[in-house]
Design a protein around this ligand. Structure first.
Ligand code: PHE
Length: 461
């Protein structure tokens, strides 16, 4: 699809603008959008932050955020994108007026894409390393296996090398716009990833000692553990994992066909994304408890727990798992890059190759900061590496603020007739969505942001 999405392309549509290239099939769109949503966020990040924030109560807040904030916003972003047929910056201007200040919402999204991809690529690089390690097989005591990850993270040369390889692959794909290849592979690999995760979760639940403990850790809420920061992170994670608040879904929506059903597709994508995170959580926490590990091991959690199991299962399962995780990461990374690149193509008139190489290169350079874990800055009372700083700022602030603005735009600024056309009906569900977007979603985001900053007037901090 996207390789033809250059300006000056073919025949005008009924709206008078040049025709934008579209997804081949509905299934193709779902795969691409689900490919964007399902990524490291589900398998690396969800278990790790759930562990850090103490389990059940955090999971409940996250699920509420997906339902009240994520799903409505995904519908809104897809509507904006398909209507405007543009990148995020252009979309806000087109649906309002040229030069409208809403364009800054689009810019915020482009900036978020920039920062997120810079550290996302470093984690994806670790996944690459674990593919190689899987071929060699994991051996030794659980402590030795865990120490391997600490050694990798502490090695700047290796981390930069892996980050380089990953970025080169992402740049190559986006520069060529080889959606066909990606769509084809995704059709096979995404269902396989799901199947393997379900198998691992089953194994964890029924073959290990940790199954029931994992289930109670994930689903038995202890609200006394819920800090203001945990609530903010749950909201931020809902944005991150569904690829919302930065225009990725606006961009992907802009390639959607007129007759595609936005609401149905948004529900499918959100459901899939959430299910995969929960299944991954069960798989990983069963192991954590079975091997007596700590759930709050931090961002290395999956690299420290799964290989302990893989030492018993042998290399095939390990290789399969990390290859699929790599694939999930790649399809998310390219959507991050696509947002930035589509902005330079549509708004600045660059050609795809130039935009991809220039922006991919800049993001790569920025990512080096995250790859060198020894560079630390004081952040929230601790010396913290760039990877976690960028992650925290984008997830907890940039995405929610971008999402809040997008939501306000769709609810209060966008023309009602336009919206109804995009939604496909004006019945009960349409009215429910608009009321949610007008009041519920923005209030939920605002309150959470203020609570996270410990600024809510009626709370004691
Ligand atoms: N949703 C992706 C994940 O869960 C990350 C992402 C965030 C992708 C924002 C695009 C936009 O891994």
């Amino acid at each position: 699809m996207a390789d033809d999405a250059t300006p000056g392309a073919p025949a005008p549509t009924s709206t008078g603008s040049p025709k934008r290239i579209q997804w081949g099939t509905r299934f193709g769109f779902i795969l691409a959008a689900a490919g964007s949503a399902v990524g490291l966020g589900n398998i690396w990040k969800f278990p790790y932050i759930t562990g850090v924030y103490g389990g059940g109560a955090f999971v409940i807040v996250y699920l509420v955020c997906v339902l009240l904030v994520g799903l409505p916003l995904m519908i809104a972003e897809l509507m904006i994108g398909r209507r405007a047929q543009k990148n995020p910056v252009g979309a806000f201007q087109k649906l309002h007026y040229e030069g409208s200040p809403w364009k800054y919402t689009g810019w915020l999204g482009v900036a978020s894409g920039f920062l997120i991809l810079s550290f996302y690529s470093v984690i994806s690089g670790y996944v690459l390393a674990y593919i190689v390690k899987s071929f060699q097989g994991f051996s030794g005591s659980p402590d030795q296996i865990r120490a391997q990850f600490d050694a990798l993270e502490a090695d700047p040369t290796m981390s930069i090398l892996l980050h380089t390889v990953f970025m080169v692959i992402a740049i190559w794909i986006i520069a060529r716009g080889v959606q066909k290849g990606i769509e084809k592979c995704s059709k096979v690999l995404m269902p396989l990833l799901l199947a393997l995760l379900v198998a691992l979760a089953f194994h964890g639940l029924f073959n290990t000692e940790g199954g029931s403990e994992a289930v109670s850790f994930l689903f038995q809420p202890d609200f006394s553990k819920l800090t203001a920061e945990a609530i903010l992170s749950a909201l931020g994670h809902a944005f991150f994992t569904l690829s919302l608040g930065m225009g990725a879904m606006i961009t992907y929506g802009s390639y959607m066909k007129r007759d595609a059903h936005i609401v149905r597709d948004a529900i499918t994508i959100s459901f899939l994304d959430t299910a995969i995170a929960l299944v991954a959580g069960i798989a990983i926490f069963s192991l954590v408890f079975a091997y007596g590990l700590e759930p709050d091991a931090g961002f290395g959690l999956i690299f420290k727990t799964l290989p302990v199991l893989f030492a018993d299962t042998g290399p095939i399962v390990a290789v399969a798992f990390f290859v699929m995780l790599f694939w999930a990461a790649l399809t998310s990374a390219i959507s991050l890059l696509e947002v930035v690149v589509s902005y330079f193509i549509d708004q600045r008139g660059w050609n795809r190759t130039r935009a991809t190489i220039a922006m991919g290169g800049t993001i790569y350079a920025l990512g080096i900061l995250s790859a060198i874990s020894a560079i630390k800055l004081p952040f929230r009372g601790e010396d913290t590496g760039f990877l976690l700083i960028f992650d925290y700022i984008t997830t907890n602030y940039m995405l929610p603020i971008g999402g809040l603005l997008t939501c306000l735009f769709s609810a209060w600024v966008m023309n009602d007739l336009t919206r109804r056309e995009e939604f496909g009906s004006s019945g009960f569900w349409y009215r429910a969505l608009i009321i949610t977007l007008k009041f519920v979603t923005p209030l939920a985001v605002l309150i959470t942001l203020l609570h996270g900053l410990e600024l809510l007037p009626f709370m004691e901090y």
